[in-house]
Design a protein around this ligand. Sequence first.
Ligand SMILES: Cc1cc2nc3c(=O)[nH]c(=O)nc-3n(C[C@H](O)[C@H](O)[C@H](O)COP(=O)(O)OP(=O)(O)OC[C@H]3O[C@@H](n4cnc5c(N)ncnc54)[C@H](O)[C@@H]3O)c2cc1C
Ligand code: FES
Length: 531
Amino acid sequence: MNTSATEPIDSNITSGKNKSFWTASTEPIVFEKLKQNIETDILIVGGGIAGLTTAYCLLKAGRKIVLVEDGYIGSGETGRTTAHITCALADRYFELENIFGKEKAMLAANSHMEAIQFIANTVEHENIDCNFKRVPGYLFSSESDTRETLVNEYEATINVGLLTEMLEQVPALASEEGKWCIKFPEQGQFHIMKYLKGLTDAIIGMGGILYTETKAEEISKDGVKANGFEIKAKHIVVATNTPVNDLVVMHTKQWPYRTYVIAAKIPKGRLPYALWWDTGNKESKWISAPYHYVRLEDYDNTHDLLISGGEDHKVGQADDESIPEEDRYIKLEEWTKKRFPAMESILYNWSGQVMEAIDSIAFIGKNPGNENIYIITGDSGNGITHGTLGGIIITDIINDKENPWIDLYSPSRITFNIAGDYFHEVGNMVAQYADWVSNGDVKDADELQPGQGGVISSGIKKIAVYRDEQNKLHAFTAVCPHLEAILQWNAEEKSFDCPAHGSRFTTEGKVINGPATTDLEKIEVKEENKK
Ligand SMILES: Cc1cc2nc3c(=O)[nH]c(=O)nc-3n(C[C@H](O)[C@H](O)[C@H](O)COP(=O)(O)OP(=O)(O)OC[C@H]3O[C@@H](n4cnc5c(N)ncnc54)[C@H](O)[C@@H]3O)c2cc1C
Ligand code: FES
């Protein structure tokens, strides 16, 4: 039998120190840990939107599933999202047409519209109380962009069959830059953790089995080793945001970015419920130009929350722009205040990680080289719809059912027209290994105040150090166990982040983001008579 857990809950299980509004405003969704060997038809690894939607679709199609999640349900990137539910792709339709041609760009548009409809239907069918709303979305030019981008995108959206409109003004935007925008009708928004709770209840109702605090340690075609026990399965779906079953192949096709969010009070009625996005910073050094994304959420009787995101950088590389993680929130606040001056105090801030696929489209389907292992990854800023599509597509593949989107999203696809971006990103990844010969960011552990961390050079060794609130020093090797890049300290989320492929580790050295699957090696330190 699978029931909610009765053991004490560790509310710190999440992928960073800062809590999102969604996780802070709901109870954690927790089940028992796996404590014995089991066998199942289909095993799903990962309890975010992708894993849960897959579980839901498979059960509805009459299959049996077990899902294992190493934190709690939604404690990965899904609990840190901003939950715009949209077909306005972060990487633009005119780019998709260039890369894939018109027919495939049309398929992409159609798949995202279907994903929005799937969510709307599920909310209705399962009676999920998650503040789901249909809202319009507005794409406007950023300060560093020209109107040409909007014109090209408008034409491309019409070409792929979307019912967009060009407006002469951006509704509710205060600043000058927003003179023109593309309106995307019939988009959506919801409270993500309430949606996940509804999906979880439906999954349990259909006989699905969920385990939390259950980590898949080894994944093979026969099954998974988790919490030291064996799970045998005919099919294994790896929905861990970044695949943890593959050392190299997928990690040269997608790149990890960190993105930031603030949520501020705003008097009710001052803004309409809608989604707003700018076209991104064209002066940015990153291949995936950071853009801003804004929406409202119900808060209390007098106020809504204005939730604004952006200021992205490649994971572990914030300092390359001389804007450390903590300063990204300040920039975000300035940007948001200028455009939405009615915003009041900031109640929440958090950051999260997004996997940017090199050709802009998620990877959903059979893992390259495997017949019964499937992955859902590379979902960019559109992970809510991509994660939903993951569930739909993988269910059809496993059930041998035709689906028009299988080839488009195949993880084995070969894409042309992207050589420049590809070599740029690979070059950036290789450059991260230069940190082996550079100095660390902290000279001596004595420099660290309680709550601070960093990386120290000791001869040719690099050591990750963290001084906890009780003044105790913790030390680990700063070499990432995935492919041995040197970790960087993230002062905002209090984690050690890998700039090569995005693995992250807590201040106790525990892995919280793949592709690494093992914790950092601990180094014993002795400190005498510390302050
Ligand atoms: C700040 C931010 C804002 C965003 N805004 C939007 C938006 O507005 N709209 C949109 O469409 N997308 C948005 N995204 C992207 C979207 O939220 C994510 O792409 C999506 O939630 C990822 O879902 P997932 O299920 O693939 O991954 P996750 O939610 O990360 O789920 C994977 C789960 O796998 C678990 N796991 C990992 N390894 C193991 C293991 N070995 N064993 C067991 N379990 C494991 C993790 O604990 C995690 O819970 C945003 C992302 C961020 C960070
Ligand atoms: S995540 Fe690949 S080397 Fe660290």
